[in-house]
Design a protein around this ligand. Structure first.
Ligand code: SME
Length: 159
């Protein structure tokens, strides 16, 4: 059993604790599905105000649903479609304050109001994306973005 109790006083400390817990969880494990599954559970348990945390994998030039926590979600997303597809196509983080204002946003859970998607890249190749949704508008700050990018860097080495 892993029992990470991350109750940090501030966001910077929380992401530092999250990073070190993530490194611990994936240490010595090379199976990408296992690592994505534990990462989704850890992030979902730790970040306040999130309703979906998970992965889409780059398979044959499209995104396919991977391990996640939250409600069942759409399975396949084309590059360029929705927030995840734009992140995959541009290789840029998408931090969306209001998903309802994002052209082509794919609503998997009607409770979601804001979202951050981090492309996972290794050696210039897109492995997939990390997608985090929140019921709160503008939930994700620049500090969250920096923290999620660091989580993505750790994950990219383990997928
Ligand atoms: N909202 C995403 C789709 C995935 S779900 O949020 C889990 C999008 O627009 O790409």
């Amino acid at each position: 059993m892993y029992d990470f109790k991350i109750a940090a006083a501030d966001t910077a400390t929380m992401y530092r604790d999250l990073e070190s817990a993530l490194r611990g969880l994936i240490a010595g494990e090379s199976d990408p599905i296992a690592n994505m599954a534990n990462a989704a559970a850890l992030i979902f348990e730790t970040l306040p105000d999130v309703n979906w945390v998970g992965f889409y994998r780059n398979i044959d030039g499209g995104l396919v649903l991977g391990p996640f926590q939250g409600r069942p979600a759409c399975i396949r997303i084309k590059f360029g479609e929705g927030v995840c597809g734009v992140a995959a196509q541009t290789l840029q983080v998408q931090r969306v304050e209001d998903v309802h204002a994002f052209p082509g946003h794919i609503a998997c859970d009607s409770a979601s109001n804001s979202e951050i998607v981090v492309p996972l890249i290794r050696g210039g190749e897109l492995l997939g994306v990390l997608d985090i949704d929140s019921p709160k508008s503008a939930r994700f700050t620049e500090e969250d973005e920096a923290g999620c990018v660091r989580l993505g860097e750790i994950l990219s080495k383990a997928l």
